[in-house]
Design a protein around this ligand. Sequence first.
Ligand SMILES: Cc1ncc(C[n+]2csc(CCOP(=O)(O)OP(=O)(O)O)c2C)c(N)n1
Ligand SMILES: [Mg+2]
Length: 361
Amino acid sequence: METSSLRPAEARPVPAAPEDAAGAPAHLTTADRIELLRAMLLMRAIEARALALYRQGRVPGSFYDGFGQEAVSVGAAFALGPRDRLCPLHRDLGAHLVRGVAPARILAQYMGRASGVTGGRDGNVHFGDPASGVIGMVSMLPDMMCVATGMAMAFKLRGEPRVALTWFGDGATSRGDFHEAMNWAGVQRLPVVFVLENNQFAYSTPLSKQFAVDPVERARAYGFPGVTVDGNDVEAVFEAVLEARVRALAGEGPTLVEAVTMRMHGHAAHDDMRYVPPGLLAEWGERDPIERQQQRVAELGIDVDALRAAVDAEVEAAAAEASAAPMPDPADAVRGVFAEGEPVPLGDGRAPWSGFVEALS
Ligand SMILES: Cc1ncc(C[n+]2csc(CCOP(=O)(O)OP(=O)(O)O)c2C)c(N)n1
Ligand SMILES: [Mg+2]
C-alpha cells in the first residue's frame, strides 16, 4: 500500500503487496487465504454461468459483471465485521458472497425467480440481502456513498463500534454526491470506508477524459487519507480496508481506498469494448487476481484443482436449483414497494476472517 502523492491522472503505478520479508501476509491465516481464493472463484464461476444463461435468453435485461475485479469486492468485504454494513455496486458480487448470500439465491435473482434476493423484482444489479447487512444499490451514481455516510452518521450518534463501507467506480467520482459524501464524512470524522474501484473506464470513457488528477488525491482536501492499492491483489485490498476499518473504529474518521484494477469485460454484456486500446486487456490479463491468489495458495501446498472443482460443482448445483425455482406471483410485484408495519432492522452478515472468528468465539 502506498500513501498518495499528487500525480497526473494518466499515471497508475501498481503498488507492491504488503508482505513481510518472508512473503507472509500480516493478518491472514492459511485458511483465510484459501477462503479469499474460494470467494473469488465462486464469483467468477457464478458470473460465467450467468453470462451463458443470459446468452440463452434465460437472464432478462442486461448482464453486468466484475470479471477481473474479483479481488476488490472480496478483499474489502473480508475485512468487515458482522455488524458492519455495506453497499456493493454492480461489479461487487464478491461482497454478497462473503456475507453469506447463497449462490442459488444469486442465480435465481438473475433469472427473476421468486427465490431470488428480491423475489423477482429486479435482475443482476439492484439487490441486497438486508438480513446479511447488505444494502441494494440505487442506480444513480454514486448515491450509495451518501447512504453509507448516513449509516456511519447513525453509528456515530449511537456510539456503536461499527463501520459502513461502499464501493463506486472512477466515473462516479465526477458527480456531486461524491463530494457531498466526502465532505460530510470528513467534517464529522465518520466511520465510513470509501472504496474507489478504478477499473480504467466508465462505460467507454477512459480515465484521461474523466479527471485531471486522480480522485484519491481529493481525500486530503476533505481532511482524511487516500491510499492506493493494487486492486488485483486480494490480500493487499484486504489489508488496506482492514487498516481503514481500524482507523474508523478508533474515531479517526473515513478513508478513501483506491483499488486499481481493470474492467476485463464490456460495460455490460451488450458492449463489445471496441474502444479499449489493443493490448491493454492482454496486459491486465497477466495480472489476473485469481491466478495470483491461486499461485500463493498452491505454494502453501493446497490442492487448488480440487478447490476449483468443488466451486464449479457448487455453482452447477446452484444453477440447477435456480432454474427449477418458480417465477414470482405477478401480484407480488406491488408488495414491498412502500414500508408496511414496523421497520425491520438490517441483520448481521457472515464475517469469515479469522480475526473476527477468534474475537467472537
Ligand atoms: C448519475 C448517473 N449517470 C449515469 C449513469 C449510467 N451509468 C451506469 S454505470 C455507468 C458507468 C460508471 O462508470 P464507473 O463509475 O467507472 O463504474 P464501472 O461501471 O466502471 O464499474 C454509467 C454512466 C448512472 N447510473 N448514474
Ligand atoms: Mg469504471
